[in-house]
Design a binder for this molecule. Structure first.
Ligand SMILES: Nc1ncnc2c1ncn2[C@@H]1O[C@H](COP(=O)(O)OP(=O)(O)O)[C@@H](O)[C@H]1O
Ligand SMILES: [Mg+2]
Length: 264
């Protein structure tokens, strides 16, 4: 489904600010796999998502998605294949548009945009059916402006919008990190349900190591632009967070230095 061969990303090459953000990443993710990704601040996690989504082309290496070499394919042409949710709940939705208009817009993702996304009665029914299982009452507020929603409601809507067109790949970049713990848990449950229902191939970045070990079916740990641990479902089944920290120390010959990771 997704393959990376020898992917490097260098920012500001030759400059005093040169950053080697990805250092020869090799990764193969089969269809339907749900991978959690963890790593200290600056490890290269978001850069990995950016090269996969086509925000920029990698400095070196190849990216194959759905059997097609997309290394040089522009972001907007990959958008149809990729659903993406960011940490900031304000990023995924258009605040001044209604819930129904946002959902209609999501249906057009990656296609040639019309000026106004159409909200027909048939679509309203479809949108209500999509929203009702969230249990947030949004199905009765189709005409409400998204600006009126809470962060958790917006993130739930964003998640729905990112998955409703059955993307080949779902990229979640700390999408629960900005929410209070109770809401974050609900969004995580919703994520699990949507991924399972549609058997979506998914990569989820989290800074919560416990969550990483208990969500999906594989965990990658990144450090210094490399994948330093790649744990299968069996390997991580009996692992504690302390085991994960110990394994990191063993392979890197260094302490894991990230308060956010260790305190999560
Ligand atoms: N667009 C960019 N321009 C320059 N440097 C960047 C850019 N994006 C990321 N970096 C740098 O690349 C490194 C990895 O960043 P990032 O992938 O955001 O890490 P993570 O998501 O794991 O915290 C960091 O040193 C960061 O400052
Ligand atoms: Mg990041």
């Amino acid at each position: 489904m997704l393959r990376l061969d020898g992917v490097h990303q260098v920012f500001h090459r030759g400059d005093v600010n040169e950053v080697h953000a990805l250092r020869g990443l090799n990764l193969e993710v089969p269809a339907g796999q749900f991978v959690t990704v963890i790593g200290s601040n600056g490890a290269g996690k978001s850069t990995l998502f950016n090269v996969v989504a086509g925000v920029f082309a990698p400095s070196e290496g190849r990216i194959v998605l759905n059997g097609e070499d997309v290394t040089r394919t522009p972001e907007h042409r990959r958008a149809r294949l990729i659903g993406r949710v960011f940490q900031n709940p304000l990023l995924g939705t258009a605040a001044s548009m209604s819930i129904a208009q946002n959902l209609a817009l999501a249906l057009l993702r990656g296609r040639r945009r019309r000026l106004t996304p159409g909200v027909t009665p048939g679509r309203e029914r479809q949108f209500r059916d999509l929203l009702a299982p969230l249990g947030l009452g949004l199905e009765n507020r189709l005409d409400a402006k998204v600006a009126l929603l809470s962060g958790g409601q917006r993130q739930a809507l964003t998640l729905l919008m990112a998955t409703m067109t059955q993307p080949r790949l779902l990229l979640l970049d700390e999408h629960t990190a900005a929410l209070d713990p109770g809401t974050a848990q609900k969004i995580l449950e919703l994520t699990r349900a949507l991924v399972a229902q549609q058997q979506l191939t998914t990569l989820m970045i989290t800074h919560n190591m416990q969550q990483a070990l208990t969500t999906g079916d594989r965990t990658l740990m990144m450090d210094g632009g490399q994948i330093v641990l790649d744990l299968s479902a069996q390997e991580r089944a009996s692992m504690s967070v302390q085991d994960l920290v110990d394994q990191f120390t063993q392979v890197r010959h260094a302490e894991l230095a990230d308060d956010e990771l260790l305190l999560a």
